[in-house]
Write a protein that binds this ligand. Structure first.
Ligand SMILES: [Zn+2]
Length: 344
């Protein structure tokens, strides 16, 4: 059965440009998005040269013009660019501020509590603050969002305890939303043995109990959105010791979640909320008129069988048979994919 659905939205991708175009660029990343039925995505700021100034933002916006789909950006901070934050927030291309409260690469990790306070104060209230915040850092971020009246989006929630923290914060009336990644829903820590570097990312894969809590949280709305955290690396980088952190996700996201629907873990209605309606609402993403995808809901495909669109050329789901094949993508009346073939 062919089904017409809205163009999907992914609010968390790393397209690696500028600085690491051997992993991905805006063109190849957008081809991966089209293959996965995504027509709007939000790119993260932690590039080799991070997006922490208006100058860097302008550079990135210009580079992104070669993408096949619409792209917006999250602005970054190293704690020293406070005067740039209001300017960035005023820009239509910027949809949020990303703060790294836990281990990350580069200069963007911020653990100093006073510095975090200053950032929450400097960002104009309105567009969300996104945090990579695990465990205790998450509790502190929730308290800080409350103190400064900010909207908080918790990225790639992973642990059962974090689902509970978000549930309680929501019950307490805080304007908080959360995202979950397909790889945390579909894999657990045991995959590390089997898949080596291809199962390595931050935050790491959890336990069976974590996984069950994530599906339950997604089903009951505690977790609002599915976000891929598409973080491509070359095969060499994934196979070296230690492997680079991060996995691809744009091409497989829909099918992984749809598999969950088929297995009764959530409804199709919730799936569309989490992959379209709520990302659009939370990040105030503009309407894309005459935009839709068509999915063969009965067909299945084997991940990697016909290669990949992502330059990373790999997936943590390689070899898996997944349901739901995106056959057509139309953006503002223009066909980007027909009969499964990308038109560029
Ligand atoms: Zn990320």
């Amino acid at each position: 059965m062919q089904k017409q659905l809205p163009g999907l939205i992914d609010v968390h991708v790393h397209l690696r440009e500028p600085g690491a175009t051997h992993k991905e660029d805006f063109y190849t990343g957008s081809r991966a998005a089209v293959k996965g039925g995504v027509t709007f995505m939000l790119d993260m700021p932690n590039n080799a040269t991070p997006t922490i100034s208006i100058e860097r933002l302008d550079e990135k916006v210009a580079l992104s013009k070669k993408a096949l789909i619409d792209i917006g950006f999250h602005f970054g901070t190293n704690g020293k660019n406070l005067e740039e934050l209001p300017k960035a927030a005023a820009r239509s291309e910027v949809y949020g501020l990303k703060i790294y409260c836990n281990h990350t690469t580069g200069e963007m990790l911020i653990e100093d509590q006073n510095a975090l306070d200053a950032i929450f104060q400097a960002w104009p209230v309105g567009k969300p603050i996104l945090v990579h915040a695990e465990g205790e850092q998450l509790k502190q971020s929730i308290a800080r969002a409350m103190k400064f009246g900010q909207r908080l989006h918790v990225c790639h929630i992973t642990q059962a305890t974090e689902v509970e923290d978000v549930r309680q914060a929501k019950a307490g009336g805080l304007s908080i939303t959360a995202g979950v990644c397909p790889h945390h829903l579909a894999l657990t820590g045991e995959a590390r043995e089997r898949m080596k570097g291809y199962a390595v990312m931050k935050p790491p894969l959890g336990t069976d109990a974590d996984q069950a809590a994530l599906w339950a949280g997604l089903a009951d709305g505690t977790i609002d959105v599915v976000e891929t955290d598409h973080a491509p690396h070359s095969r060499e980088e994934k196979e070296k010791d230690p492997p680079a952190f991060g996995v691809t996700g744009l091409e497989t996201s829909f099918s992984i979640i749809y598999k969950g629907v088929q297995e009764g873990k959530l409804t199709e209605e919730r799936m569309l909320e989490a992959m379209y309606t709520l990302p659009k609402k939370i990040f105030n993403i503009p309407e894309q008129p005459d935009t839709y995808i068509e999915v063969d809901m009965d067909a299945s495909w084997t991940v990697g069988e016909h290669g990949y669109e992502t330059k990373a050329n790999s997936s943590p789901f390689e070899g898996l048979v997944l349901p739901g094949v995106v056959t057509k993508v139309v953006l503002r009346g223009k066909e980007l994919m027909n009969n499964g073939t990308i038109i560029s």
